[in-house]
Design a protein around this ligand. Structure first.
Ligand code: GDP
Ligand code: MG
Length: 149
């Protein structure tokens, strides 16, 4: 029995999720929020947001040397996004698992990218990839007063 004793002990985490401009334009907002609610994550921050260019460059700073960086910043600032702060057990990896692989060609059916996207550049959602990224991205997109305690 001891070997199973940690199964229920996943950490409560906060993560940054985002519906990208393609998802908003295509009317996928309600479907994606529905999936989040059905999964059971708590939404502790939520807003429609036009990302300033400098914020986009900072958010995607790790990709600044990549050939697609300019295109990525142009795209993410091309229209409003829905910025979401999620809370729940194992929320960081769990939300990434709901999104599916970065390239929709490799994303399993049943995942958001697997079900709704065909292009790596326009893959509908974002999710933080680690506790450090989650903390950095939540602070970049939300003022303290915009997040529930
Ligand atoms: P993510 O964490 O799964 O979103 O993936 P990454 O952090 O590796 O990349 C950030 C975003 O850059 C991805 O979600 C894609 O939308 C975009 N991206 C990644 N690779 C490419 C590429 O080769 N071309 C273009 N246009 N966009 C890309
Ligand atoms: Mg990433």
């Amino acid at each position: 029995a001891g070997k199973y004793s940690t199964l229920g002990a996943m950490p409560t985490e906060r993560t940054f999720a985002m519906i990208k401009p393609d998802g908003v334009r295509r009317g996928l907002t309600a479907e994606i929020l529905r999936r989040i609610e059905l999964k059971g994550y708590r939404t502790v921050g939520l807003k429609l947001y036009q990302i300033p260019r400098e914020t986009a460059e900072s958010h995607y700073g790790e990709h600044s040397a990549k050939p697609f960086f300019g295109e990525l910043v142009d795209f993410i600032t091309s229209g409003p996004v829905v910025a979401i702060a999620l809370e729940g057990e194992n929320a960081i990896a769990g939300w990434r698992s709901m999104m599916g692989a970065t390239n929709p060609a490799n994303a399993a059916p049943g995942t958001i990218r697997g079900d709704f996207a065909t292009s790596v550049g326009e893959n509908v959602t974002h999710g933080s990839d680690s506790p450090e990224s989650a903390q950095r991205e939540l602070a970049l997109f939300f003022a303290e007063g915009e997040l529930l305690k």
